[in-house]
Design a binder for this molecule. Sequence first.
Ligand code: AVI
Length: 315
Amino acid sequence: MLAADALSDRAARLAALRAGLFERPARVSPKFFYDAQGCALYSAICELQEYYPTRTEAAIFERHREEIARHLPRGAQWVDLGCGDGAKSWPWLEAVGARRWVGVDISPQWLRISLQAGTGRFPGMALAGVATDFTRPLRLQRVLARFDAPPVFFYPGSSIGNFTPDEALALLRSMREHLGRDGRLLIGVDGLKERHVLEAAYDDALGVTAAFNLNVLRVVNRELDADFEPRRFAHRAQFNARESRIEMQLVSRETQVVRIGAAERRFDAGEAIVTEYSYKYAADGFAALLRDAGFGALQHWSDERGWFHVFVAAA
Ligand code: AVI
């Protein structure tokens, strides 16, 4: 990317962040969660007893890895979307005899960490990192064309749930357009379940998710020269059954005026900033979304309770 593009990109992202804070209700895109502190807090969330998605998906992968691998091309280039530290990829590279790993993440810190880990673990494997924001269509054709092997797009962790169904459809379409005849998508998505299980997962007893949510105010302060005080907001996570999503918000504890750059924004007591949606899908609902995105053959695995779903999809 040219430096000028990167600058205008950043300016556009910050303008959208600022505009969202002046909407009613105010909103902040969840992509702003992931500064260094936010990444560390998210890693801690994944270890929480209440946060079942990470370990439920890991158990499905452990149990069915060989069978799933039989539905994926051998010698593939493994494209880890939202790679984080890359750890979820490593066992797959062995299982499918991958020849190249391409980490894609919005966070340059994570890319640095995962590339270092991959180099140590797989000396001789081709590795590449791409810093990009999934809220825009993926443009990985050039990176993938540098290597002659079908891609496997790996999108675990129910990250697809942080997009609205329309946005998810657009992102899935954009993935499908990269796959060609032999490429595959391997994706994990959180299932629908009882409200109390869902709400506990997003409002844990130790307050780690609350800290993760409140940390976004520090990101906003830094990025927009604002003076939000995290103590004056409360974390809220509620399941909206009609929309089939967890809604995370930051609720103003009192009436207050916050400076955002040169402007001011008043928040009434009880007024909320929407920070994240996390959509939950029944297996057939997600299969329908994949079909709408143009995927053909689908395979599906789940845990005994049907809490989490893993799909392999072919274009
Ligand atoms: C990254 N994403 C899939 C997480 C989720 O479950 O929606 C983010 C998260 N938010 C709160 N806890 C975890």
